[in-house]
Unconditional design. Structure first.
Length: 297
């Protein structure tokens, strides 16, 4: 019993290594945008992604059960590929990327709800929300997969699982950063951060789905259904992982320079308020207490 507890604690410690890396970056970055961010808001974004991961997992579980029932009496290569595509490409690619998009949206909404009103967010700050939210999600997901491996295959398998997943942590974060960049662009045109545009999220879905799909097929190995060359599909997740790490590094390094502020569409849509209700609206002689959108969230 004590051995299992020690193993679980070790796995938990390893799973927080990416969190320590990003926290170290946030504390030591030369980016003025990141250093000006409220630490409590970032912590809430992180733990929201960590704790609410159960919502995404429930949706994925329901979809997987439905697909499993639909393909329970079907066999053959085509059926195997379709089943794997639905459970390992569509399910994680769509559900998890939507989840991370909305995690960033909730972080933006929380920042704008703070009192007193906070300064307008910048592009880099929104991207930081995306990275931190995805980090919370990835950390919890890593712990869940490692715990499942611990109970099914013992400590050796669990240790291997958590080490591999920690090494691959830039994947989730890079896709979260890309979605955050798209949210910032959407806000520049007056769009809501919660309004998902397929044209802005499909690359993240395809990359994520392709990674899981190819990795799963490669892990099956040679069988009566799959050809022997299936192991070569492992090259695709490896290339995606390298590209994700480079993208994340370049994104974080690119935050050193100041970035453009992002308007708050909700504030811009509010009608002007006047000290004297009987005073007519006059653009050239606007009262002094008309709120300035550039100074509020």
């Amino acid at each position: 019993m004590s051995g299992s507890i020690i193993a679980g604690l070790l796995i938990a410690v390893i799973s927080f290594v990416p969190t320590a890396i990003i926290a170290f970056w946030a504390r030591n970055t030369s980016s003025a945008d990141v250093r000006q961010m409220d630490s409590l808001t970032l912590q809430i974004a992180y733990w929201r992604g960590f704790l609410l991961v159960i919502g995404a997992f429930v949706v994925e579980l329901v979809i997987s059960l439905i697909v499993s029932l639909a393909f329970s009496d079907v066999s053959g290569l085509t059926s195997k590929l379709i089943f794997t595509f639905l459970t390992m490409f569509i399910t994680p690619g769509v559900v998890e990327e939507l989840y991370k998009w909305w995690l960033t949206s909730f972080a933006i909404k929380y920042h704008r709800s703070l009192q007193p009103p906070q300064p307008l967010l910048t592009h880099h700050q929104i991207v930081t929300f995306g990275v931190v939210s995805a980090l919370g999600f990835a950390t919890c997901e890593d712990m869940i997969y490692a715990a499942a491996s611990l109970f099914s295959g013992g400590f050796g398998l669990a240790l291997f699982t958590i080490v591999i997943r920690v090494v691959l942590f830039p994947l989730h974060l890079s896709l979260g950063a890309r979605s955050a960049k798209e949210i910032a662009k959407l806000q520049m045109h007056g769009g809501s951060p919660f309004a998902v545009r397929f044209s802005r999220i499909w690359p993240q879905m395809v990359i994520h789905g392709t990674f899981d799909f190819c990795l799963t097929l490669a892990s099956f190995g040679q069988s009566d259904v799959l050809p022997s060359q299936v192991e070569y599909l492992l090259v695709i997740p490896m290339l995606i992982s390298i590209a994700a790490a480079v993208y994340l590094w370049r994104t974080l390094a690119g935050m050193r320079a100041p970035s453009q502020t992002v308007p708050n569409p909700e504030l811009l849509m509010q009608p002007p308020r006047y000290a004297n209700a009987s005073q007519p609206a006059n653009v050239s002689n606007a009262p002094a207490d008309v709120p300035d959108a550039a100074a509020h969230v």
